[in-house]
Design a protein around this ligand. Sequence first.
Ligand SMILES: [Zn+2]
Length: 457
Amino acid sequence: MLNPDIKAYLKDHREEHLSTLCEMLRFASISAVNDPDGCRPCAEWIAEHLRRLGLTAEVLPTDGQPCVFGELHVSDDAPTLLIYCHYDVQPPDPLDEWITPPFDPRVRDGWLYARGASDDKGQLMMHLAAIDAYRKTGGGVPINLKLLVEGEEEVGSPNIEPFLVKHKDRLQADALVISDVGFFADGCPSIMYALRGLCAFDVTYHGPNRDVHSGLEGGVITNPLNALARLTAAFHNDDGSVAIPGFYDDVIPVSEAERESWNSLPHDDEARAKSLGLEHLAGGERGYHTLERNWVRPTLECNGLSGGYAGPGAKTVIPAKATGKFSLRLVANQDPDKIQAAIDTFIHERTPKGIRAEITVHASNRPVRLPTDTPAMRAGKAAMAEAFGAEPKLICCGASIPITEILQRLLGLDAVMLGITLPEDNLHSPNERLKLTQLYQGAEMAASFYDNLRVLK
Ligand SMILES: [Zn+2]
């Protein structure tokens, strides 16, 4: 149970913590643009605030935007927790869709509106509030803390790997919490434990050395666009599964326990279809529920096809080349390199005579699946249950958060993802917002989590 003094302190200081968060939100720390008033000043403000909270803190350079690293050592006998958040935000565009300006935080009807309110400064604030509470009451923070606040999460963390390698020793800890995630639904506390990985590539089919007359050459040569359309169709079987040999070899089957637990989530296929302007959610593999197809089954999607003439009227041409853009979402334990090699073989085997295939690989990142019965996970579950009044559901995410995999792989820590965003927070969209009760209960969750972690040593 969380110390009642801590709970009371957090309650009495909500206004103060909210105004601290608003101060942080006034920095336009957009990592996609290099604004001199944006990222670095925000990083420096955070470091200064950490010092006010009694931590040592530094702004450490990377090849891009700097990271903030803070540390609080309370005892050699206490375990150490590494907290990960990010201070950078998405660009606020389109600006004219914001009801109030993105970097001028405002409260309306119990929600705080600002770019970064939820993703991710509000989640950093829940930790800062918890640390503040322990500092002022309840005998101090019960464990050693390290904070890593990144400045380039929103652009895919391009410089974090070398940074983590360089500072590996300083970042060592007994547990890791990633606070850049959220609930399945309002009123449904949730902890995410699996994220899909990604492979993205282009295929260009090269045919004749120029666009040629479809009458003079038609029937004589292979049309690259026709061939690419055949290839695109060949990627899937009729039952919606991916047709690449070996594709499912390493996939972990959905367990009965997972299936049962997800069936109890407040998920409405019809409403989801409606929100997308569709009659049915009919994609993916047959034999799996929507959430299973979305979370723990891998997929392959065509993201774009181009080539030839697409203007008005007719143009009777066989194009010189055609390009397809494809991406895959991978699940544990698929290996992106192995999958990409299987794709390359599949493409080359199906490329017809008269066509040369050129494959360009873009992004790739590995899927993540955290064990769900570790000490940190148990401490997180108990803290969330106490702060939000309901046992958290274990959920997954169909998308990727590359930093999770990178941290996990390079530091190998017992990790848990504890976050407070809600699906209606408008992440990355205009009018991003954070529900104030999520922030306040989130601070209690953080405080309770630190306390629960004392058992680690
Ligand atoms: Zn984020």
